[in-house]
Ligand binder design. Sequence first.
Ligand SMILES: [Mn+2]
Length: 242
Amino acid sequence: MNRTLVIGDIHGALKALKEILEKAKVTKDDKLIFLGDYVDAWSDSAKTLDFLISLQQSHNCIMLKGNHDELLLDWLIHQNQNEKWLMHGGQSTLEAYKNMNKTHRKIHQKFIENLPTYHVDNQNRLFVHAGFANMHGPDYEYYENTVYWDRTLWETAVATDNKLNQDDVKYPKRLKLFKEIYIGHTPVSRYGQLTPMQAQNVINVDTAAAFKGPLTILDVDTKNYWQSTPVHELYPDENGRN
Ligand SMILES: [Mn+2]
């Protein structure tokens, strides 16, 4: 059977990525959907992109763009060292790119530039890094980058009373556009969890790999999931983001 597997925010934790691909026994028959934020936190940010670029050649992959990937792109193109970026994991990425030559950097730049920002599959399931704010869907955003920065979709789903009927006028219209919505971006550790978290039809797969959590791969049909060792244990001499 062909599985659709969704992978949460990696943040430079290549060791964790390799671990979960093995644990889930990923094959070339699987469709892999990466939710973005491949860099910033752990020391393997540049190597993670190398790995993804080659995985894209060998496997059936959809790789979406995250806000951290966009921040890296901004630096690759303009050498723009955004203060906030450096504080939120960018420093480790700068280190990782220090000795990389121009040609190699250009390959990474092209890779990020070509990443789609969301994907809808043939079962009307949406995959997007962060969310969307327009009530007609991500296609209608006024600002294209909303889909990799938004937190309102997730906050809305979490705040919606489970007893509220979907036909109720107060039910968030945005949530009704898709059968399911898979996101990363907002670590579930903020809610005291380290496993995928569902609120209404929104499933959050960011299990805080940038912080003290593991990286997760989830089968969207069965909801089975596999997790890595907590990432900070795989990089014991580093701080990640804290
Ligand atoms: Mn993010």
